[in-house]
Write a protein that binds this ligand. Structure first.
Ligand SMILES: NC(=O)c1ccc[n+]([C@@H]2O[C@H](COP(=O)([O-])OP(=O)(O)OC[C@H]3O[C@@H](n4cnc5c(N)ncnc54)[C@H](OP(=O)(O)O)[C@@H]3O)[C@@H](O)[C@H]2O)c1
Length: 324
């Protein structure tokens, strides 16, 4: 019911007075969809630099030109950087490059994939690699840079993770596995029909697990539900395609309207730390009953316990960046 009400009756708003003057903002997956529209808003709202992080530089350049055309901003405000979340070395190179920025105010982790086709990237099923492992890896790699932002500029940097209400639409049976990531990645055991919702649930569980570890860092980490929006997200999906198209036709927000929820999270204050934003407002009550339950908290702990060695295996010591 909450979903239908939001889709039918709520148009998210960017809070009045939102201003990103002087800020440097990184948006992953900003060549299209919600990320591109959020980047356009950041430029219009005064950002000094918006970095469009993309796996396809040509698509990124087209988005850059389009944003310059519509906002009339100087060319220098927008940069296009290569980032492929399907490659851990790409994530590391990108983070290293970002660590050399003069400042970093917002890391908006928007890029994501929704597919029911089983494929492997870096030993793990692709959705899990892109939406979960690389997304968290990038956040952790940039924690030192964001802490530097706090100490050198005295501002509140944000890590915003774009999740989804579909985090509630999975049974997440893999949670009881001794090796969650292997079970998710094995073609024989992978439930690809629930894969996208499972990846979004894993993001939610991990934000709730990691945010408390960052509570004294000065960094705000929050997560976003943009609502159902008209984008190309389901382009790879060959199941339920008809039903999804009908739902989108009847209920979906435009990508610009959806992108307002991303912008609101990038501007949200400490009250949003570790919390879920839906309709551009902090609202943990909109999280699934499982996430809010003790079992959900335990599942988050176990997920983090199993993810740590994977992250440290990719980038030794990276999980220490969020040691409480
Ligand atoms: N649309 C909705 O209804 C909806 C609802 C809830 C949550 N969300 C979330 O919103 C976020 C943005 O989705 P969207 O709807 O705007 O979809 P989209 O238009 O498909 O945008 C997804 C972006 O992620 C990028 N991406 C995919 N795989 C990548 C990889 N391996 N490395 C780097 N970038 C990669 C895509 O790049 P390419 O163009 O190169 O593929 C694209 O820029 C996602 O996290 C999604 O889960 C969307």
């Amino acid at each position: 019911m909450g979903f239908l009400y939001s889709q039918l009756f709520v148009t998210p708003r960017i809070p009045d007075g939102t201003d990103f003057s002087g800020q440097v903002i990184l948006v992953t997956g900003a060549n299209t969809g919600l990320g591109k529209e959020a980047a356009r808003h950041f430029v219009s709202l005064g950002a000094a630099k918006v970095i469009i992080a993309v796996r396809n530089l040509e698509a990124g350049e087209q988005a850059r030109k389009d944003i310059i055309r519509t906002t009339k901003c100087p060319d220098s405000v927008l940069d296009v950087w290569k980032l492929d979340l399907g490659s851990f070395s790409s994530v590391e190179s990108f983070a290293e490059r970002a660590s050399n920025l003069p400042r970093l105010d917002v890391l908006l982790e928007n890029a994501g994939v929704a597919s029911n086709v089983h494929a492997i990237s870096e030993k793990y099923e692709r959705t899990i690699t892109v939406n979960v492992i690389s997304t968290i890896l990038l956040a952790l790699l940039l924690v030192p840079k964001l802490k530097e932002q706090v100490s050198e500029h005295g501002t509140t940097p944000r890590i915003c993770i774009v999740s989804s209400e579909v985090h509630a639409w999975t049974k997440y049976k893999e949670q009881d596995s001794k090796d969650i990531f292997a079970t998710l990645s094995d073609k024989q055991t992978a439930n690809m029909d629930e894969r996208y919702p499972t990846s979004k649930l894993m993001e939610v569980l991990l934000v709730r697990e990691l945010a408390p570890r960052l509570k004294d860092s000065g960094i705000v980490m929050n997560m976003i539900n943009p609502g159902l929006c008209k984008t190309d997200l389901s382009r790879d999906r060959n199941f339920q395609a008809f039903m999804l198209s009908v739902m989108k036709l009847l209920l979906a927000r435009t990508s610009e309207q959806g992108s307002r929820t991303l912008v609101a999270a990038a501007a949200a204050g400490k009250e949003s730390h570790g919390r879920y934003m839906t309709d551009a407002l902090v609202d943990d009550a909109a999280l699934s009953p499982f996430v809010r339950s003790e079992k959900g908290a335990e599942a988050g702990k176990e997920l983090w316990r199993q993810l740590q060695p994977i992250l440290d295996g990719i980038s030794p010591g990276v999980t220490k960046n969020v040691d409480a």
